[in-house]
Write a protein that binds this ligand. Structure first.
Ligand code: GUN
Length: 294
């Protein structure tokens, strides 16, 4: 069994980005600048955004963190977005999700300038993705594609089962892997909460991508020998033994599934670290532009 090491791979990508930034500096070019908007004090969101800002520093990007109170109105947030859209010093930005319940998430995401949408959530960018046009690919699916590529995992003609149809992971993942691209050309099945006989389907998969958000859902009986397993889950499960009072659990029962898998991502240290590296990659892309196609 080979562990797909997201920590090591993301470090390598960050080194590559840092080298590019260093060249930009040598040529007196402005370095990429990422901004992040955080509304409220959600613990997990604060951790993620903090990690994103820290990663910017590591590779030599400029970063701006905009923290807004929980009771920020939708209108005030839209105003902030307008400011970011018109700030030419900022190449790309993200609005950390989830947003407080009184704010319409879709309305906010639609207001982001697609050229600065380094999360790849705007309908324009999702549309471009589905049409094979160059665009920002959202960080988690992009990170998984990069892991598969860098570990030379053969996907062409293989059966991939994606569990979960979320806009952030499952749906884009199913599109990417069916496309004519490296780590693509796969036969893709997208399974979800209404799928009947899920185990019979996952048992046929050469590659399983578990992105449903239920801790340790995928067990050894559900996978075939030598399958490639990608675990996207990151649920906080209460655990009194841990100092923080919780542990991070994936969607895969690593203990049993790792004995059967040819390759598997650990949690933590698999897909998670890749997402930050790919957000940086998108920000670099935002700085450089997509040329005429964008
Ligand atoms: N919340 C969980 N994942 C993400 C992400 O990739 N981007 C943003 N903006 N919010 C998130």
């Amino acid at each position: 069994m080979i562990l797909l090491d997201g920590r090591q791979t993301s470090s390598k990508i960050k080194e590559e980005i840092a080298a590019t930034v260093s060249k930009m500096k040598q040529h007196n070019q402005r370095v990429p600048h990422l901004a992040a908007v955080l509304v409220g004090m959600d613990g997990a969101s604060m951790t993620y955004v903090g990690a994103k800002v820290k990663a910017c520093e590591l590779v030599g990007f400029e970063s701006t963190l905009i923290k807004l109170p929980e009771d920020t109105s939708e209108q005030a947030l839209l105003k902030q977005i307008d400011i970011l859209n018109n700030n030419h010093e900022i190449d790309g930005y993200i609005v950390q999700l989830p947003l407080p319940k009184h704010i319409d998430e879709q309305k906010i995401l639609m207001a982001i300038d697609p050229n600065k949408d380094v999360d790849g959530f705007h309908p324009t960018n999702v549309g471009k993705l589905t049409l094979d046009l160059p665009t920002f690919i959202s960080a988690t699916p992009y990170g998984i594609m990069e892991l598969l590529e860098r570990y030379d995992i053969s996907t062409s003609g293989k059966h991939v089962v994606v569990i979960g149809r979320s806009h952030i992971v499952g749906r884009p993942m199913s599109i990417l892997m069916s496309q004519k691209r490296k780590a693509g050309n796969a036969t893709v099945t997208i399974a979800h909460s209404r799928t009947e006989n899920l185990a019979a389907i996952t048992k046929q998969a050469d590659i399983v991508i578990a992105a449903l958000g239920i801790p340790e859902f995928l067990t050894a009986e559900m996978v075939k020998d030598n399958a490639v397993i990608i675990d996207v889950g990151i649920t906080r499960v209460p655990d009194n033994i841990k100092k923080k009072g919780y542990r991070i659990a994936g969607d895969v029962d690593f203990e049993s599934v790792s004995k059967k898998a040819s390759h598997i991502t650990p949690v933590p240290g698999g897909v998670g670290p890749m997402t930050i590296a790919m957000l940086l990659k998108n920000t670099l892309q935002a700085r450089e532009g997509f040329g005429d196609a964008h």
